[in-house]
Design a protein around this ligand. Structure first.
Ligand code: ASP
Ligand code: MG
Length: 463
């Protein structure tokens, strides 16, 4: 069971999570994974940049805030005085460690990716320690471990480290396996791991899901439950589409697609470890535990809708490289994409016309300037292409569903729905997997486009 940040948002919620865990102790063997308390990872990122720019007063203020937040949480989550004192000792030790690391950054006004991961790791260390205390307080045989203690070993790609799968699997199954057969409940920090030299790494934002699925697959769990603050994966963002509903079942492939397009609280790589073994993953809501949530399994559910969900990615920009001089020149697409990649800009979507007279791609808006600069430098100066067009305010609408594969007429229906609202489609892309049709519209049209497709396929609740 993995618990997300909102579910651990304050001491009361942490205690609530501990009682929720307690309901399942009887008759089950459990491993618990915890995220940082809500917003703490963001605050730690902010703390690091304040420290880098040497703004010590603000650093101190934020450190104070994080200290009292965790102090309050210990007070609310753990009642028995002896346990509470012990938890507080550990929490203080970690807060000291955090302070030292951040002060170090203040002095040298620089944070390397490695330092950043060290600082970020405190979010999960603190929250997990408090959850551990609350579990002890409720009489459960909890054992605290960091992801590193548990044996998650990664490469040294700080910030987005990749697990060495076999080493990790061996470590996790023996270390956690031993604890479980001793009748203990391991409580593991999400998100953090260590490289082969034992230096702390992190698995990328939202990485606690990944921690949970790595553990679940290593120990051969029957199910992996990702507890968050939503009832499950939905047909659309309910804030944009009021009649959106929870999907009772989706396949791994669909869940991955939804995660890539930003469905709440999912790490895109989280399903890799479970796919292989076919371990079912359930998304559940700590604030509504009676709800069964969304079940994610290997099998494709053919019976229901071919289109499962309509997602919106905003804050993106579109870059188009045009010009007759690129027509029929082999390798232009490669050069364009290579120039962008070398500046570490992630390309989210690509489309090229058959005439090869234009190539368009989508990047996050905050990377737009970098992408354009990269292209202008390396291509225009070579005289390869004529023109670079930039659209700063666009959005991607992604229509996801495994049943679309081989079902004719889906794209026609999608675009008819959008056209009927008078919305102009600026770019289209469909992967050969046919799992997803994505298209780009103006930012101002995006929500209406999502609603139109959602309605066209009757994805919402009736009435
Ligand atoms: N705390 C980390 C984050 O906010 C990891 C997670 O929540 O899964 O990204
Ligand atoms: Mg999270």
């Amino acid at each position: 069971m993995k618990f997300g940040g909102t579910s651990l948002g304050d001491g009361k919620r942490i205690r609530n999570v501990a009682s929720l865990i307690k309901r399942y102790v009887k008759g089950n063997e459990l491993v618990v994974v915890a995220s940082a308390m809500s917003n703490v990872t963001d605050e730690l990122i902010r703390l690091t940049s304040l420290a880098e720019s040497g703004r010590e007063d603000e650093v101190d203020e934020l450190l104070e805030k994080l200290t009292s937040q965790h102090e309050d949480a210990v007070g609310e989550a753990v009642r028995e005085e002896r346990i509470s004192a012990e938890v507080w000792r550990y929490v203080q030790r970690d807060l000291d460690g955090l302070k030292r690391a951040v002060k170090g950054v203040c002095y040298i006004m620089e944070a390397t990716p490695r330092t950043r991961d060290l600082i970020l790791s405190f979010g999960e260390r603190l929250s997990t320690r408090i959850l551990w205390g609350a579990m002890l307080d409720l009489g459960m045989p909890a054992v605290y471990l960091t992801g590193k203690d548990a044996g998650i070993v990664t490469d040294s790609n700080f910030g987005e480290a990749v697990p060495l799968i076999e080493t990790t699997r061996l470590n996790l199954s023996s270390r956690l396996g031993d604890l479980i057969s001793d009748g203990k409940i391991p409580v593991v920090t999400g998100f953090i791991a260590a490289d082969t030299s034992g230096v702390i790494t992190t698995l990328g934002r939202g990485g606690s899901d990944y921690t949970a699925t790595l553990i679940g697959s290593a120990i051969g769990a029957d199910e992996i439950w990702l507890w968050s603050d939503v009832d499950g994966l939905m047909t659309a963002n309910p804030r944009l589409v009021p009649n959106a509903k929870v999907l009772p079942e989706v396949s791994y492939a669909e869940a991955i697609e939804m995660a890539i397009f930003g469905a709440k609280g999912l790490h895109p790589r989280a399903f890799e470890p479970t796919m292989e073994k076919g371990i079912p993953v359930r998304i559940r809501n700590t604030f509504n535990p009676e709800n069964p949530g969304t079940l994610i399994t290997r099998s494709r559910t053919v019976s229901d809708n071919v289109v499962k969900a309509v997602l919106l990615v905003d804050n993106v920009g579109m870059v188009s490289v045009r010009g007759t001089s690129i027509v029929g020149r082999p390798g232009t697409a490669a050069k364009v994409l290579d120039a962008v990649a070398r500046r570490s800009v992630n390309v989210m979507m690509i489309s090229q016309s058959v005439s090869e007279s234009s190539i368009s791609f989508i990047v996050k808006r905050d990377a737009l300037e970098k992408a354009v600069a990269a292209i202008e430098t390396s291509l225009l100066s070579l005289g390869i292409a004529k023109d670079v067009d930039v659209e700063e305010d666009v959005a991607v609408v992604a229509v996801v569903g495994e049943g679309m594969r081989g079902t004719p007429g889906i794209a026609a229906k999608v675009f008819k729905a959008v056209a009927s609202k008078g919305i102009n489609v600026m770019m289209i892309s469909q992967g050969a997997s046919e799992l997803n049709i994505s298209f780009v519209v103006r930012g101002a049209d995006a929500v209406e486009a999502v609603r139109a497709v959602h309605d066209e396929f009757n994805l919402g609740t009736e009435g």
